[in-house]
Design a protein around this ligand. Structure first.
Ligand SMILES: [Ca+2]
Ligand SMILES: [Ca+2]
Length: 200
């Protein structure tokens, strides 16, 4: 009886220690992990909080180099595969018809950064047509940081994620382009962009 009581007390103590450990961890580090510095990275506010070199065409993206912010690619292109956004399956996303001009940035934004800090850039992308996969190129302050060839499969969301060291920079110009310049296919959607420092 006494041994059992002792065991119960030990078990409770362990649970309290584990709870306190996780509580401290979240209080100390959560702001560094979850604070997204890209406002409207999920496009729920519409066509704001970013720049672009593409043409905004809210009702129809038949032409290459155009984009819309909408809830379904089928809303803006009559041949598009129909599917919902990545955020919550009922929100907005950036629907893009890849440009035929080289080095044209479809999404770009200045973000303040702390020097000598590691940042993560991530997001979700999918095709809305079935040929010629988009080849995304990521630049920060005019330097290429990574590439991502979107796998085949219309309507299937894929995650990209890269690390970047800010070095001596106090500002990051994040730019994303599609180096595939073919007109047929080469059509994609973007959602849930995320940029934050990694806790160190
Ligand atoms: Ca969204
Ligand atoms: Ca196209």
């Amino acid at each position: 009886m006494l041994i059992e009581k002792h065991k119960n007390t030990d078990s409770k103590r362990k649970k309290i220690i584990i709870f306190l450990f996780f509580l401290c961890f979240f209080i100390l580090f959560l702001p560094y992990i979850v604070q997204n510095q890209i406002e409207n990275g999920n496009f729920e506010l519409g066509n704001i909080d970013f720049s672009t070199e593409y043409i905004y065409s809210p009702d129809d993206i038949w032409n290459e180099g155009t984009y819309a912010i909408t809830t379904d690619p089928g809303n803006v292109h009559r041949l598009a595969v129909s599917f919902r956004d990545h955020t919550n399956s009922k929100g907005y996303m950036m629907v893009v018809n890849g440009s035929i001009k080289k080095q044209t940035y479809f999404w770009k934004k200045f973000v303040p950064v702390k020097p000598d800090t590691i940042y993560i850039l991530s997001g979700w992308v999918a095709h809305w047509s079935i040929e010629n996969p988009a080849h995304l190129c990521f630049y920060i302050n005019n330097n290429p940081i990574s590439e991502f060839i979107v796998p085949y499969g219309a309507g299937e969301w894929h995650n990209f994620s890269f690390i970047w060291n800010s070095g001596g920079n106090r500002e990051a110009l994040i730019e994303i382009c599609d180096s595939n310049i073919l007109a047929p296919g080469n059509d994609f959607v973007l959602d849930d962009l995320y940029f934050s420092r990694v806790f160190q």
